[in-house]
Design a protein around this ligand. Structure first.
Ligand SMILES: [Zn+2]
Length: 183
């Protein structure tokens, strides 16, 4: 079974308390992000990392505060989520919309990677992570959501998502179970 780690939007503007669109409490998942990234690199597991990459006048800013503008510090990924020198190399996938699948390059990329198991984590649970989760399930993939390495903005929205995710065949587990090599 080929596994890919799918890391969603772990960028400074979201994860750090001083970030432009900080997710409250997101720094609490930093330790898990380190372990997952190092585990993937040590075990030659492909990491695909989506990143928001907005222009200064991005239409999304009519809805959300400006964030993750290309060229700013806040757009950068949390250092612990980078795996320089990893084999296979980490793939950084830039996107401009909440749903990574809105970028038509994602599906061909995933087809070429051809994984049958995705270990999914990052922020924000009920937005960008949710979009990836359902997109991967629609592809027929096995999706394992790491519940202590995600963060939501709204707890009840997160619960609604988690219920739908499980109903559609999604699996949930904690990071220690990923690191133990199973679930
Ligand atoms: Zn955005």
């Amino acid at each position: 079974m080929k596994t890919v780690f799918f890391d969603v939007d772990t960028q400074l503007d979201f994860v750090y308390p001083a970030g432009a669109l900080a997710v409250p409490g997101a720094e609490e998942i930093a330790r898990q992000l380190i372990y997952l990234t190092q585990f993937a690199a040590a075990n030659h597991i492909q990491i695909i990392s989506t990143v928001d990459a907005h222009s200064e006048d991005d239409p999304e800013f009519k809805v959300w505060k400006p964030h993750c503008i290309v060229g700013t510090a806040g757009q950068q990924k949390v250092a612990a989520t980078l795996a320089p020198g990893a084999d296979p190399p980490q793939i950084i996938f830039e996107k401009q919309q909440i749903n990574a699948f809105a970028n038509p390059r994602l599906r061909p990329l995933l087809d070429s990677v051809n994984a049958d198991r995705y270990v999914l984590y990052g922020v924000v649970t009920e937005y960008c992570v949710q979009s990836v989760a359902f997109g991967l399930l629609e592809m027929g993939a096995r999706v394992e959501l790491v519940t202590d390495a995600i963060k939501s903005l709204n707890a009840s929205d997160e619960q609604v998502f988690l219920q739908r995710f499980r109903e559609q065949g999604g699996l949930t587990l904690e990071s220690h179970q990923v690191l133990a090599g199973g679930q």
